[in-house]
Design a protein around this ligand. Structure first.
Ligand SMILES: Cc1cc2nc3c(=O)[nH]c(=O)nc-3n(C[C@H](O)[C@H](O)[C@H](O)COP(=O)(O)OP(=O)(O)OC[C@H]3O[C@@H](n4cnc5c(N)ncnc54)[C@H](O)[C@@H]3O)c2cc1C
Length: 288
């Protein structure tokens, strides 16, 4: 691993100025769980590392039922998992965070790093898609916002430009009565990435589905929002035939990569099974 110069800015402005000065030679460091592994493998060899830990604007987790949640980019996944605000306002997000690796990794890994690393197998992106979350990004030309559903362009590639910083993620107030959840299928060890994982949200009124979101991790080069399956749910009842018909659409929306966790066909099949089971669970929770 190459030795690097270490910088500790204290504001987003200072961070941007350093990025402009150091250009491609610099990498931002959040929790380091991905960056340091890439450096060890020789896949990232920054001459300068800009640590974000002292940048107060990037920290903090706030939530209320009117404004929704704001997760600073440096919020750890353990904080997302254990926060009372997240559990109350976006319980599926706390559930997804709980499924990331081990407590030691979750204590270090951050929301910003999880999104910008853009690994299609990661657990937070599909759940944030279900909640219509929006990323706030600061760059030399000011601030822009991008829905998390539009943030990923390919394997390990997000829409962020090299001189941009993800500063926070907002989760708007949920549709009233939204039931949400996460189903991660990982046949190897409990701390592994998934073979496939499904995030879903359902709002049901008078026995009809009025709002639906489904998104998948491990189903392609990015996390995938399954809009056609959502459309198949909305306006219909919560009977098994409806849930099965929606789940049957999901495999055709995916293009999973075959790897040690399963073949492409197996992952498609498991995406269908997991979607059906998760939708059934959400419907049963409403009946309880
Ligand atoms: C053993 C192990 C198991 C894992 N298992 C899982 C799992 O089951 N599920 C899962 O979802 N993830 C898993 N991960 C991945 C882990 O969640 C991510 O590595 C982590 O979320 C990245 O966050 P970080 O703060 O460590 O980012 P870093 O490693 O510090 O940074 C990652 C990338 O994001 C960039 N970056 C970081 N913050 C910002 C920002 N604010 N603005 C712009 N760019 C930024 C960095 O420059 C770097 O390119 C695992 C990781 C390990 C090491």
């Amino acid at each position: 691993m190459r030795l690097f110069d270490y910088h500790r800015p204290t504001t987003v402005g200072e961070t941007s100025a350093l990025m402009a000065e150091l250009g491609d030679e610099a990498a931002l460091l959040a929790g380091g769980t991905s960056l340091m592994n890439l450096a060890k493998l020789g896949l990232a060899e920054p001459a300068h590392v800009i640590a974000l830990r002292d940048v107060d604007e990037l920290h903090g987790l706030d939530g209320d039922p009117v404004q929704g949640l704001r997760l600073g980019a440096m919020t750890t996944l353990r904080a997302v998992e254990t926060s009372e605000s997240v559990r109350a306002l976006a319980p599926g997000l706390a559930e997804a965070a709980h499924h990331v690796a081990t407590v030691r990794i979750r204590n270090q890994a951050t929301v910003g790093g999880n999104l910008v690393h853009a690994d299609p197998n990661q657990d937070l992106p599909p759940m944030l898609m279900v909640y219509d979350a929006v990323a706030r990004i600061t760059g030399p030309d000011g601030v822009r916002t991008v829905p998390v559903a539009d943030m990923f362009v390919g394997f390990f590639e997000s829409v962020l430009e090299p001189d941009e910083i993800l500063d926070s993620v907002s989760v708007p107030p949920c549709a009233p009565g939204l039931r949400s959840g996460y189903l991660k299928f990982l046949p190897r060890t409990q701390d592994d990435y998934s073979t496939i994982a499904v995030a879903a949200g359902l709002q049901v009124r008078d026995g009809r589905i009025t709002h639906a979101r489904i998104a998948v991790a491990g189903g392609g080069s990015t996390a995938v929002r399954c809009r056609a399956a959502e459309t198949a749910l909305v306006g219909n009842g919560t009977d098994d035939a409806t849930l099965t018909a929606a789940a049957d659409i999901v495999p055709g929306l995916l293009d999973p990569v075959a790897d040690g966790r399963g073949s492409s066909g197996y992952k498609r099949d498991m995406a269908r099974v997991c979607t059906q089971r998760l939708l059934q669970r959400l419907v049963a929770e409403g009946a309880a």
